[in-house]
Write a protein that binds this ligand. Structure first.
Ligand code: SAM
Ligand code: DTB
Ligand code: SF4
Length: 330
């Protein structure tokens, strides 16, 4: 007997690295969207309860550390220099201001602090100050997340070494719809950054937006693409478009709340162990609509009265809602 492994003895993990079979077809995700609403929510609740404490909601606080004047043309975004939204631009914030915001977020109960910069990607000169912010926020005992745009070779590794936990980089919509929304970079650019982030050993936060004018098939395509990342993102933000005057999508129809909840449920079912975040757009939703999203399997929110450039529910309102629903923040 010798101990040389034959192909059939190759450990499963190694095999799946070589022959990665997509876990979810777009058709299978579409079939979830087409279930009767109660059947879909029931399945989402089953999956949530099998993997998480069902009433615990993870809370992340956002801070825009560099605002506006972005070279990119993302159609939904207030921060593109190509859109005239009246936004006040702001250069990279000073470390002490970031620390003050992070301390406040921690006192208010957030477990993660997410710093967002309106860049196509960070320049080499930007990395030093951002790495200092990551180190300092991490030292407060908070989980750290940054969203800085596309990363170049080596930048993800630098972030990892500074103590970063999560990198946020959304796929935003289906591959075939992306160029209707953004022309200054490609879907493949987004996937390449996500691969670099994974290879550096960071956790991935990646999701998308509902309400861009996409079809249900596109929504299924987004969810399938996210679920087929190997492994899927640990954190999946589902944003409801905040229609911002001066952007090309300012006059989009508001998203149907049931379709939005279906998107959350599809994310929950296809990515059972991921935190699914009910993200932008809560300010425009009633309490009952938000409750529907928690029933659909969302177990994370942005917590704090501001997102990046638009408003989010006041913390006191969230506390009151959690009280009414028997939810608790983690
Ligand atoms: N520049 C970086 C990037 O594009 O990855 C980071 C910041 S960008 C503002 C982060 C994400 O916020 C976008 O990918 C999008 O999903 C979300 N977002 C931006 N504007 C939004 C809006 N008006 N409504 C909903 N989500 C929005
Ligand atoms: C994510 O998925 N949503 C956040 C965060 N990741 C960076 C941003 C939402 C932005 C909403 C519009 C604004 O405030 O500018
Ligand atoms: Fe720039 Fe990000 Fe806004 Fe696109 S989404 S315009 S890359 S800040």
């Amino acid at each position: 007997m010798n101990n040389v492994a034959t192909p059939s003895q190759t450990p499963l993990d190694a095999q799946s690295l070589i022959f990665h079979v997509p876990a979810w077809s777009v058709e299978a995700v579409l079939a979830l969207f087409e279930l009767p609403f109660a059947d879909l929510l029931f399945r989402a609740q089953e999956v949530l309860r099998a993997n998480f404490a069902p009433n615990a909601v993870q809370r992340s606080t956002l801070l825009s550390i560099k605002t506006g004047n972005c070279s990119e043309d993302c159609g939904y975004c207030s921060q593109s220099k190509r859109h005239h939204t009246g936004l006040e631009n702001q250069n990279l914030m000073a470390l002490d201001e970031v620390m003050a915001a992070a301390r406040a977020a921690k006192e208010q109960g957030a477990s993660r602090f997410c710093m967002g910069a309106a860049w196509r990607g960070p320049k080499d000169k930007d990395m030093g100050p951002v790495l200092d912010m990551v180190r300092a926020v991490k030292a407060l005992g908070l989980e750290t997340c940054v969203t800085l745009g596309m990363l170049k070779e080596g930048q993800a590794q630098q972030l990892r070494e500074a103590g970063l936990d999560y990198y946020n980089h959304n796929l935003d919509t289906a591959p075939e719809y992306y160029e209707e929304i953004v022309t200054t970079h490609t879907y493949q650019d987004r996937l390449d950054t996500l691969r670099g982030v994974r290879e550096a050993g960071l956790k991935v936060c990646s999701g998308g937006i509902v309400g861009l004018g996409e079809s249900r098939l596109h929504r299924a395509g987004l969810i399938a693409t996210l679920a087929n990342l190997d492994p899927p993102p640990e954190s999946v933000p589902i944003n409801n478009l905040v229609a911002i005057p001066g952007t090309p999508l300012a006059n989009n129809e508001p998203t149907d709340i049931f379709e939005f909840a279906r998107t959350i449920a599809a994310a929950r079912i296809t990515m059972p162990r991921s935190y699914v975040r009910l993200s932008a757009g809560r300010e425009q939703m009633s309490e009952a609509e938000q409750a529907l999203c928690f029933l659909a399997g969302a177990n994370s929110i942005f917590y704090g009265d501001k997102l990046l450039t638009t408003s989010n529910p006041q913390m006191a309102r969230d506390e009151a809602l959690f009280e009414k629903l028997g939810l608790y923040g983690v």
